[in-house]
Ligand binder design. Structure first.
Ligand code: FAD
Length: 338
């Protein structure tokens, strides 16, 4: 909503997150949002509120409090079992207009990406999509929203000074989830779906689960990723065997996917998955910014490359210079012997 004067600006208060639930379970990205919100709220001297919309989720509030929420606006209703963008958008629009938060953060997931632009356009708020960094301008308190722009070649910092709330979607796996503080308490604000929320929204009669072989890179603790240097599908078979040996999953750079050597769900980077594994082994990946965006938060990075000047080799905790087709089989042999 457009700010009319300073008094109007000051009437917006609080940092909100929109929590996500899958099958009644809290999605980990919701905790990452709370971690980011808590830092921003501390700088603004405000509270963190989270909106929890779902079915069978009433017991989740304690976890949200433990991870930084001061208040949870809860709507626990069977009509929210399956995600209905129109219904949730109407509810959030009503709640935002009622409570006037200063900042609203959604996850840059399929759900958050469906909701945030709809809400922003309804309430005439600014929205920055896919943020990888958030901070507060120390001069005027605006939210500074950083995200890759121009194909990832520059990082742009965006603000929306004239509108409130300031809205952003946040890339999963970029911001760390806070350590839970058991016993931390907050307030649950129970709301209901109002007639106006459900007006003219589509009704979901049934949902069908799509069953396809998928890879869930988000849950992997170890990833062995291959790039253009893999030369073809056979190279990825070798990486798959290596990943299986060490209990990991296989990731890929975009050229490997574009060449059809491995399926898209394995792609890591700006236009693929974002991962935050304990161990990331990059095999023949040069580490262009569009790839690094998706994996730079991994705890330990090992890079194998014939060229030791690449960004990935510089970023790596352990950089191994050499031909991956010699090094990977040697490593596998060594591990087998142990
Ligand atoms: C809008 C946009 C979005 C993009 N999104 C993504 C994305 O999501 N993910 C992504 O990965 N990229 C993305 N890209 C592409 C990105 O810019 C790079 O082109 C890409 O990441 C490079 O992939 P690579 O490192 O596998 O290939 P290269 O840059 O070609 O690197 C190959 C590396 O392998 C090494 N090598 C060669 N042979 C061997 C060997 N035998 N042993 C060891 N090392 C060897 C080379 O020295 C080199 O360092 C995007 C680009 C654009 C413009």
């Amino acid at each position: 909503m457009k700010i009319t004067d300073e008094l109007d600006r000051q009437s917006y208060c609080g940092v909100w997150t929109v929590s996500e639930f899958t099958g009644g379970a809290l999605d980990p990205v919701s905790l990452e949002l709370l971690g980011a919100a808590e830092k921003l709220a501390a700088e603004r001297g405000q509270e963190v509120w989270t909106v929890a919309l779902g079915s069978g989720i009433a017991g989740m509030a304690d976890r949200l409090f433990a991870c930084g929420a001061d208040k949870v606006i809860l709507i626990d209703d069977p009509r929210l079992r399956a995600f209905n963008d129109e219904l949730e958008c109407n509810i959030l629009e009503r709640l935002i207009k009622k409570h006037r938060p200063e900042i609203v953060l959604c996850a840059a997931t399929a759900r958050g990406r469906a909701l945030a632009p709809r809400i922003a356009s309804k309430i005439h708020a600014g929205l920055t999509a896919d943020c990888t960094g958030l901070s507060i301008d120390p001069v005027n308190g605006d939210l500074l929203q950083t995200r890759p722009a121009f194909g990832g070649n520059v990082m742009a910092t965006i603000r929306s000074s004239d509108c409130r709330p300031q809205m952003a979607t946040v890339r999963p796996k970029i911001m760390p989830a806070p350590e839970p503080r058991p016993g931390r308490r907050g307030e649950v604000i129970r709301e209901e779906i109002e007639a106006v929320d459900a007006l003219n929204v589509k009704e979901i009669l049934s949902t069908v689960e799509r069953r396809e072989p998928t890879v869930n890179l988000g849950d992997a603790r170890i990833i062995v990723a291959g790039g253009r240097a893999m030369k073809g599908p056979d190279g990825f078979k070798m990486l798959e065997a290596f990943a299986n040996q060490i209990g990991g999953a296989v990731g890929a750079s975009r050229p490997a996917v574009d060449n059809g050597w491995i399926a898209y769900p394995h792609q890591i980077g700006q236009t693929g998955a974002t991962v935050q594994t304990d161990l990331y082994i990059a095999c023949g990946i040069s580490g262009q910014i569009q790839h690094l965006i998706g994996m730079q938060a991994c705890k330990t990075i090992i890079a194998i490359d014939i060229d030791d000047t690449t960004p990935m080799m510089k970023l790596a905790d352990i950089a191994v210079k050499g031909d991956l087709f010699k090094i990977v089989p040697r490593l596998m042999e060594e591990l087998k012997n142990r």
